[in-house]
Design a binder for this molecule. Structure first.
Ligand code: NDP
Length: 331
């Protein structure tokens, strides 16, 4: 008999109103897949890009790329999981806004017993992102303890994890955020300095905080609104890491602008390149589990929603009303 699951399906792109819970069939796992009964789901800004159509997707379609739960069925070629395992994952294909889900097992990791389902659902996509940004996206001159980096939206989900991880690595993180309260929160979580980029000129502030030198690297998920200014915050040979579009997509630019600004480097990163193999996924997850278990990176779940409140959660996230990580727990 085909199993059924409550799941979000969008018939069209648009506002949070397009999110509808419906009953859908859950497929049996293929050889390299696993079926998971979800306990909690992570809500991420990328879900909004897929909902609005900024990121392409075939419709009708699911949403959500982060969750935790228990393994219900395992494909014949999957070696690292068994029925009953507690697991968590971040994955490239939307569809985790569901009670049950069948997905590529390569992205699914066993969750250590001392990490709750709630924390597991909140930390995989955001934590693995903070990790690859700070540990793998380094400027050509390297990144050492005491170096200054600029991180936009520092009080958000990825942001608060990055503040803590940067502090653990000894980097001096300058965080921007959209209110004084958000700035204070980012400092509590480890930002060395903060800038309210809605009331202050962040380029001038970065110049002041770096004695006119600029930073070695900018981590920019805001996109359209911060792109130009971010380039002006870099020192010669500095690295611009673009990894999101919360204010809109970065406009097309001519590479020629990078020369006079100091022979800058630019990269556009996505987590799913870093998670492209089972081995790289597990290595990254193990490093994340370690800093979480040591208490170096705490997962700030600021709001827990029910399935029925998912639209409300989307509205809050895209209106900049949130900080930290948000999850949905299944009833
Ligand atoms: P956040 O919790 O950080 O929420 C987004 C934040 O962006 C807002 O809270 C707001 O903070 C800021 N923002 C600035 N301008 C706007 C605007 N015009 N509209 C809405 N928000 C704005 O989300 P996540 O932690 O889920 O993700 C953070 C970013 O990282 C997103 O852009 C996401 O797409 C990106 N990301 C990229 C990945 C990758 O590998 N490429 C992987 C994971 C996330 P404030 O009010 O302080 O400005």
């Amino acid at each position: 008999m085909t199993e059924m699951s409550r799941a979000i399906r969008m018939q069209s792109h648009g506002s949070a109103d397009v999110l509808e819970w419906v009953d859908v069939p859950v497929t049996e796992p293929g050889p390299q897949e696993v079926r998971v009964r979800h306990h909690a789901l992570g809500i991420n800004y990328i879900d909004i890009y897929f909902r609005t159509g900024l990121y392409p997707q075939t419709l009708p379609g699911g949403l959500g790329q982060e969750a935790s739960g228990v393994v219900e069925a395992v494909g014949t070629e999957v070696k690292h999981l068994k029925v009953g395992d507690r697991v968590a994952y971040a994955t490239n294909l939307p569809g985790s806004y569901a009670e049950h889900r069948t997905l590529n097992a390569a992205h699914v990791c066993v969750l250590p017993d001392d990490i709750s389902f709630e924390t597991g659902a909140a930390m995989m996509l955001k934590g693995l992102t903070a990790q690859y940004l700070l540990l793998k996206c380094k400027p050509v001159e390297g990144l050492n303890r005491g170096d200054q980096v600029l991180f936009h939206a520092a009080a958000g989900g990825v942001g608060l994890l990055a503040c803590q991880w940067a502090r653990a690595l000894g980097y001096e993180l300058i965080g921007t955020a959209g209110s004084d309260d958000k700035c204070e929160l980012a400092r509590e979580f480890g930002a060395a300095h903060t800038i309210n980029y809605r009331s202050q000129n962040f380029v001038e502030e970065v110049k002041r905080l770096t004695q006119g030198q600029g930073v070695k690297v900018v981590y920019d998920s805001v996109g359209k609104d911060t792109w130009e200014g971010s380039l002006d915050c870099l020192r010669p040979f500095g690295l611009m890491v673009s990894f999101g579009n919360s204010s809109g997509a970065v406009p097309a630019f001519a590479p020629g602008v990078l020369g006079p600004k100091g022979s800058l480097y630019v990269t556009r990163q996505t987590l799913f390149t870093h998670l492209r193999t089972r081995e790289s996924t597990q290595q990254m997850a193990d490093a994340l589990f370690e800093v979480v278990r040591k208490g170096q990176v705490k997962i700030p779940i600021t709001r827990t929603y029910s399935m029925e409140q998912l639209r409300e959660a989307h509205v809050a996230l895209e209106s900049r009303a949130t900080t930290g990580c948000m999850i949905v727990t299944m009833t």
